[in-house]
Design a binder for this molecule. Sequence first.
Ligand code: DGJ
Length: 751
Amino acid sequence: MIRVTSSQRGEPIFHLRSGDSSYVFTVFHGYLLHLYCGAQISDDDVEYLLVRIGHDSVVPRPADTYQEDKWFSLDVATQEYPTNGSGDFRKSALAVRLMEKDGRTSALAGTSTTSLRYESYEIVKGKPTVDAQPAVYAGEDEAETLILTCKDPASGVTFKLYYTAFRDFSAICRRAVIENTSREQLPLDVLQAYSASVDFTSIEPQPELLHLWGNWGDERHIERSPIGHNTVSISSKRGASSHHHNPFAALVTKNTTETSGLAVGISLIYSGNFEIAADTDSFGTTRLMAGINPVDFTWRLEPGESFVTPEAVLSISEEGLGKMSRTFHKLYREHLCRGAWKDKTRPVLVNNWEATYFNFDDEKLLAIAKEAADCGIEMLVMDDGWFGLRNSDTTSLGDWFVNEDKIRCGMKKLVEQVNALGLKFGIWFEPEMVSPVSELYKAHPEWCLHIEGRDKSIARDQYVLDMTRQDVRDYLFDSMAKVLSSANIEYVKWDFNRNLTEVGSAWLPAERRGEIFHRFVLGTYELLERLLTAFPHILLEGCSSGGGRYDPAMLYYSPQYWTSDDTDAMERLEIQLGTSMVYPASSMSCHVSDCPNHQTGRNTSFRTRGHVAMGGAFGYELDLTKLTDEEKALIRQQVQEYHRYYDVINRGDLYRLILPTDTVNSKCGKCASWMYVSEDKSEALVTFVVIRTSVKPIYFLKLQGLDPKAQYIDEESGAVYYGDTLMKAGLNLCKRYTDGESVVIHLVKKQ
Ligand code: DGJ
């Protein structure tokens, strides 16, 4: 997977062959220069790709290469991990600053010029664990990791760069480690440390940054922004990866489609403030980088201490966005998600949030559970409102003990009764929050994030707990563990309903307060890990007012995530297909909810609601006691269908056929379509939804991913087609549809 050869100067060239991609870089007079990232190539020595033209006088040359290579300038070179202040005036990946201590100083102190020179490399089998942060994992025969050791010659500070290449995935994982080995034994402030940076030459005809923007109830819409000679960047300063920008972007060309063209996705395994930026310099090189947002970030390293960046994952495709997504899906499903539920078939659940909001008691829950059992649903989830005095969102977060006015029979008895009906039982928590009206806040007002002397902003009547504190995490662990051990609870929905403001922490000294945002995220990870270690059987579902923290790091703990608080099937089409740019269907929690829909007021047929919710981890979110017999019969049918199609949806390959935003649909109304194909191509499930019908409903749907030479039977009609016919000529779906009508076609390979 990783080959190291020698350049004519005797310096190493690293060729990482990962899946069917190549990633090549070289050492040039000690500088790490990027050479190639794309479809696999045969040559190792591609140093001829370096830009070697001479430049104008404003471009500085490094002192140590100037005599030998007059053309060489860091400001023009394609770099692997660009640093600040040494002659590359583009965006830097790395900047550190030596500080003074106890009267000791250095000429370098207070300056942020940073230089990185290659010293040595090591290749290890598999993928070593660098620290406790979430990361992709791989077995010894599945991956190789290249570890480069570099130094800043003036300060002696060490930088380690990690690159993992995979046998079966066209993906590269990257991260950096900064070790304070400063010669003067001074403290070091890390000012910015991105996880990865890649310089691409000549992205033709025009580079674009594809990214996922959104809002509450409106997450992950696909947008393509042209990258001119300026920086295009997406970021979060909210303390969470956010509804507004997902920590993912893809470098594409103007001509990239689902099935053709360059698509290099970069996905950051991180749940806090991040930035992903791309810009094209005046020489035509496009730099793509991702990492912790340097705004509101510094990290103090005392001598001997290290800082590890989160991991960034590159998915490299020259066959369009579809392939890039499928690499992310499989890699995250198989090498990021963990635990007992990673491969286990997830239960179909009913959640009482939209059924009752805060207005429920044990009897109401049991009534829903009885209907659920009758319909074949497998788990009841008791959402927000079961604890403290929580009858509205104004109180009790932090008071994680059962409200016995509502759950009169007690937790144990309630769960026993639900289990007796044949259902599992799940519960909701929002651990990182506290209500000002709560016993917890009364006892520990200093436990929330705050800055003495400043007012605390409030959102949804709650404050954010200071997750950097060990005592806070211990309290949360103990109180949650008490609930989780009190009954047979098999699922937890972990919510997070506001973002961080007035980010201060009383226990950290001033020089460490730039660490709070990142420490908050690390504190949450620690609590998640501790709870899952103590309760390994629990299926954790992440949530953040819907999908406000739907990121790869959360999938490391929770293999499924509540995709959005907008449960309207038509709205969900765009949200779910946007989410599928990076995240596998198995991670997308999708529920059939009531009509008129609570968020939009729209009416959509029960059948279509089911078809759309089958785009991921399936469930219901409505009052089952209020349904007609006909609707209950439909639920029984949907649950059976979901079981039948479970493997192809959750373990198959996704092909996006029509996005609701595709302009081409205007000639035949507005629609959306996608399909899953099993890995062995023996079956496929196609979903087609007409969002807004048209006077000329002409739909020929060209499928993808089938075996061209095999014959497939349409299970419902009995029609038989060759795979190539379905992919080249398409299915004839021309008929008059009503708005919101949908079709699901199950194709099975003929033996
Ligand atoms: C926001 C979540 O997204 C909802 O599903 C629900 O759990 C509420 N919070 C409860 O407060």
